[in-house]
Design a protein around this ligand. Structure first.
Ligand SMILES: [Fe+2]
Ligand SMILES: [Fe+2]
Length: 183
């Protein structure tokens, strides 16, 4: 189901998410599990995702704004439920928004979002900066925002479409933003 490279990425994301969860008082086992399965459809074809999702595929397509690389993300909750029997809504939300992010994300989803970013952009300065913020008990929102900004920059540079969720996440006004400019 996953290529070896993707599997290693998933393990790394899980490990980072577990560590961050402990810092942010979230159940580390839920964070680990979400990190482990977040990319379970990443190497699957659209027809395979369609098969797993069944009638839900229409919604996946709509939510992904027909951006094909995002189907694995919006389809992940269906796979988590149908393949792994996961019912935990926090985990389902975390896997769903791991690529685009969303202003609706809770702490667990935010942790998985930044863990995926840190693992994916490993070795780059921005991953280091996001990690540093995420490891601060009070700065998870800032880490999420910085990851969203990093993704937008990366996608634009590579002439790829940016999903509206990511733009909203980056441009929303959060208390930390005021803190940032105020102090
Ligand atoms: Fe992914
Ligand atoms: Fe990933």
């Amino acid at each position: 189901m996953l290529t070896p490279k993707r599997f290693i990425h998933s393990l790394e994301t899980a490990r980072i998410a577990e560590r961050l969860a402990k810092i942010h008082s979230v159940d580390p086992d839920r964070a680990y599990l979400a990190g482990l399965i977040h990319d379970c459809l990443r190497d699957s074809s659209v027809s395979r995702i369609k098969k797993i999702a069944g009638r839900e595929f229409v919604n996946i397509e709509r939510e992904a704004m027909k951006i094909a690389p995002l189907y694995h993300s919006f389809g992940a909750p269906a796979a988590a439920r149908k393949i792994f029997g996961i019912r935990d809504r926090g985990i389902l939300s975390a896997v769903k928004y791991h690529t685009t992010g969303s202003v609706k994300m809770g702490k667990l989803a935010g942790i998985v979002y930044v863990a995926d970013y840190i693992a994916g952009f490993r070795g780059t300065g921005s991953a280091g900066r996001v990690r540093k913020l995420a490891e601060d008990k009070n700065k998870l929102d800032m880490a999420v925002r910085m990851a969203a900004g990093g993704k937008i920059k990366y996608l634009r540079k590579n002439k790829k479409e940016v999903h509206g969720n990511t733009v909203l996440l980056y441009t929303r006004d959060i208390p930390e933003k005021r803190k940032m400019s105020g102090k």
